[in-house]
Design a protein around this ligand. Structure first.
Ligand SMILES: Nc1ncnc2c1ncn2[C@@H]1O[C@H](COP(=O)(O)OP(=O)(O)OP(=O)(O)O)[C@@H](O)[C@H]1O
Ligand SMILES: [Mg+2]
Length: 323
C-alpha cells in the first residue's frame, strides 16, 4: 500500500459547491454499510463477535478522541460492553480525557512484557480501555510483524465486547487505511473549516481505492451552530456525490458545537458527558450515541443473537498475512 496525497486543487471543490444537496435527503440515502462480506465469503472468515467502529479524520485535532471517549461512556451507560482502543500510539490521550492513569500501554505488549488483556483498564460507566502509550512509536512506523501481533492480541478480546471503538490517529497512512477499510462502521470527524473538509474528502477518496460502496458516518465538530454544521456536511456530500459517484454514501451522524464546556472537561480530565451532563454539547453527543445504538442493533441477528458480518480482526489478520 502506498501513501497517497490528494491534489492541492481539490481544495477548490469546497469553495464553490455547484450542487448542494437537499437537507431532507441526508437520511433517505439508504444506509449502505461497508458490505464486503461477499469478498471474504470464499475464504471463510469467521463471523464477528462484536461490532467495530473506527473513528477517523483527515486533518488532526478535529475532535476524534473527544467524540470516541464520550461515545464510549454513553454507550457503556446504556448497558453495552464497550471497548475503546486508543490506536494513536504516538500521542495517545484517550486516557487523559477519561481521567485514567494506565500503568501499562501497548508498548508493553510490543516488548512482550504484557498481553493486550493485561493492559486493559476500566473507565467511567464500566467501559474498558486499551491505552495507546506515548512517544514510543507511531502506528505508521509499526512493521507488519508488530502490527499482526497487536491485531492477534485484540482478536482475543473480541468476544468480551458488544461494541469496539477504535480512536485512530489523523491522516491516511497505510496502517490507518488498513484498520479503516476492515471496519464494520466508519465515523469521520471533521470541523466546518475548508481545510478539514478537504482532508476528510481526501481520506474518503483514499478509501474508495480499497473498497467501493462505503457509507461513512460524518460528525461535524466545533461548529458555531447547527446551520453551519449542515452546510459543511452538504459541501462534503455534494463533492463526494459529484466526484466519487456511486462509491460513497456519506451519512450525517450529527454535530457538536464549539464550546467552553468541552474545553473545560478536557482540562479537568473528565468525560464531557459526566462533567457537564446538562450542556448542549452533551445533548448532541447523546443523539449521536442513540443513533449509533440503533444501527448497532441491525448488526445482530435477533433470532440467533449472532453478528451478521465477518470478524473485523479475522479480516485484518487475513489482509496482513497476505501482504
Ligand atoms: N466541540 C469542541 N469545542 C471546543 N473544543 C473542542 C471541541 N472538540 C474538541 N475540542 C478541543 O480540541 C482539542 C483536540 O481534540 P481531540 O484531541 O479530541 O482531537 P483529535 O482529533 O483526537 O486530535 P488528534 O488528531 O491529535 O488525535 C482538545 O483539546 C479539545 O479540547
Ligand atoms: Mg486523538
Amino acid at each position: 500500500m502506498s501513501e497517497e496525497r490528494y491534489q492541492p486543487d481539490e481544495e477548490n471543490l469546497f469553495l464553490d459547491p455547484e450542487e448542494v444537496a437537499d437537507f431532507e435527503d441526508f437520511d433517505s440515502n439508504e444506509s449502505k454499510l461497508t458490505d464486503d462480506s461477499k469478498e471474504y465469503s470464499s475464504i471463510e472468515i469467521q463471523p464477528a463477535k462484536s461490532q467495530v467502529i473506527c473513528i477517523a479524520s483527515g486533518k488532526g485535532g478535529t475532535g476524534k478522541t473527544m467524540v470516541a471517549a464520550n461515545l464510549a461512556v454513553l454507550l457503556a451507560k446504556q448497558g453495552l460492553k464497550v471497548l475503546l482502543i486508543d490506536a494513536d500510539f504516538g500521542l495517545a490521550n484517550s486516557h487523559l480525557i477519561l481521567g485514567l492513569e494506565p500503568e501499562h500501554d501497548v508498548s508493553s505488549v510490543f516488548t512482550g512484557e504484557k498481553t493486550v488483556s493485561e493492559i486493559i483498564i476500566e473507565g467511567p460507566g464500566g467501559l474498558k480501555l486499551v491505552p495507546g502509550g506515548s512517544g514510543f512509536s507511531e502506528l505508521a512506523m509499526l512493521g507488519d510483524e508488530k502490527f499482526l501481533q497487536l491485531i492477534k492480541g485484540l482478536h482475543e478480546l473480541e468476544d468480551k465486547a458488544d461494541i469496539i471503538l477504535v480512536d485512530l490517529p489523523a491522516g491516511i497512512n497505510p496502517q490507518v487505511m488498513c484498520l479503516l477499510n476492515a471496519a464494520h462502521e466508519l465515523i469521520i470527524v471533521t470541523t466546518p473549516e475548508v481545510t478539514s473538509l478537504v482532508d476528510a474528502y481526501a481520506l474518503i477518496k483514499s478509501l474508495t481505492k480499497m473498497s467501493e460502496n462505503i457509507a461513512p458516518q460524518i460528525i461535524i465538530n466545533r461548529s458555531k451552530d447547527k446551520a453551519r454544521a449542515i452546510v459543511a456536511f452538504q459541501k462534503l456530500l455534494s463533492v463526494t456525490q459529484k466526484h466519487l459517484t456511486g462509491k460513497v454514501f456519506p451519512k450525517f451522524l450529527g454535530w457538536v458545537p464549539q464550546n467552553w464546556y468541552v474545553i473545560n472537561s478536557v482540562a479537568s480530565r473528565k468525560p464531557l458527558v459526566n462533567r457537564h451532563p446538562q450542556c448542549f454539547a452533551t445533548a448532541c453527543l447523546e443523539l449521536i450515541a442513540s443513533k449509533t445504538l440503533k444501527r448497532h442493533v441491525k448488526w445482530v441477528d435477533q433470532q440467533t443473537e449472532t453478528f451478521v458480518y465477518p470478524s473485523y480482526f479475522a479480516k485484518l489478520e487475513h489482509v496482513v498475512y497476505g501482504r
